[in-house]
Design a protein around this ligand. Structure first.
Ligand code: ZN
Ligand code: ZN
Length: 330
């Protein structure tokens, strides 16, 4: 993921070595031609079966004595292998090398993200015409995925959540065999990857007329979400933005039913920095793309979540998601 971000190379195997003088991408014979086309000007080295030794020779040629490894992406197994085969090189864990660059999206990235979000909006409109009692949650998830893929998404951003009726109380209720029933609140959380960038949207709708309690919870989540959107701006920490919504639910008597953070960054990965959650001390900056996704989940009753993606700007934030947030009763 990070070598794709830094070089444009989309093959599934590669190691990018960045030195003070330049950079070198190591990949195997399946990808050398592709790498040359996608990352023109970058030094590319083909690696074979003795690739750990080959890379060692290169490191020695470049007189590299100390090497930072991205600890979220290099497995313990690889680290152990490198430690054994490269005894003369000091290995150091790193976690902010590329993540700090990926935090701020440039205009090209923002445009790709907007396209992915627009596609998710279209998929939501489509599914409104196809969701009905009698279908399984899994069928809805599949229809959404087929729609997104046919419209150009390379894959889904994550395992879709379709949580209906009492299953709506599960914030991460991945689509199951449960059959949708009249009167169910149905939470749909989905998105696709377009041009390498993810979308992530949640809407909750009602099959038939909503009852008073369903309406009340929906109204609270919607107001909480609007308050969250107003709170997201440059300079505010993830914790402060989260607290605005958490306090609002708490005052309404629903504090204990909002068990997850307010949101997360989205980019090439569907969950990336920054976090909007208790104890998220880092400040938001213009160019970050985050979700605002409060929810209320009541055991044995059901739940509501509403999730938009936003771009943090100097003044506040720009909401990228356009699907209606009025309670839809189908
Ligand atoms: Zn989501
Ligand atoms: Zn999300």
């Amino acid at each position: 993921m990070n070598y794709r971000y830094l070089t444009g190379f989309t093959g599934t195997r590669g190691y990018l070595l960045v030195t003070e003088e330049g950079a070198c991408l190591f990949t195997d014979f399946r990808y050398t031609q592709q790498a040359g086309e996608q990352a023109p000007g970058l030094e590319i080295r083909e690696i074979g079966t003795r690739w750990v030794e080959d890379m060692h020779r290169y490191l020695n040629e470049k007189k590299i004595g100390e090497l930072g490894l991205e600890k979220d992406y290099i497995s313990y197994q690889l680290y152990a292998l490198f430690s054994e085969k490269w005894p003369d090189i000091k290995l150091r864990p790193e976690d902010k090398l590329t993540a700090s660059l990926r935090l701020i999206k440039d205009p090209e990235e923002t445009a790709a993200i907007q396209e992915a979000v627009d596609l998710a909006d279209q998929a939501f409109t489509y599914i409104l015409g196809h969701i009905k009692p009698g279908l399984e949650e899994r069928e809805i998830a599949l229809k959404l995925e087929v729609y997104l893929r046919e419209a150009g998404a390379s894959e889904r951003s994550f395992d879709f959540i379709v949580a209906s009726g009492k299953r709506g109380a599960l914030p991460h209720g991945v689509a199951s065999h449960k059959v949708l029933q009249q009167g169910d609140l149905v939470t749909l959380d989905f998105g696709g990857i377009l041009k390498g960038y993810c979308s992530d949207i949640t809407r909750t709708l009602c099959l038939g007329k909503a009852g008073d309690r369903q309406k009340e919870i929906y109204r609270l989540v919607r107001e909480g979400q609007e308050r969250g959107l107003k709170a997201v701006k440059a300079g505010v920490t993830g914790e402060e933005a989260d607290k605005v919504v958490r306090d609002f639910f708490g005052e309404a008597g629903y504090g204990e039913y909002f068990g997850h953070g307010l949101g997360h960054g989205v980019g090439m990965e569907v969950h990336e920095a920054p976090r909007l959650a208790p104890a998220a001390a880092d400040g938001l900056e213009p160019g970050m793309v985050v979700t605002v996704e409060p929810g209320i989940y009541i055991p044995d009753f059901g739940g509501v979540r509403i999730e938009d993606m936003v771009l943090v700007t100097g003044e506040g934030c720009r909401v990228l998601t356009k699907s209606s947030k009025d309670l839809i009763e189908l």
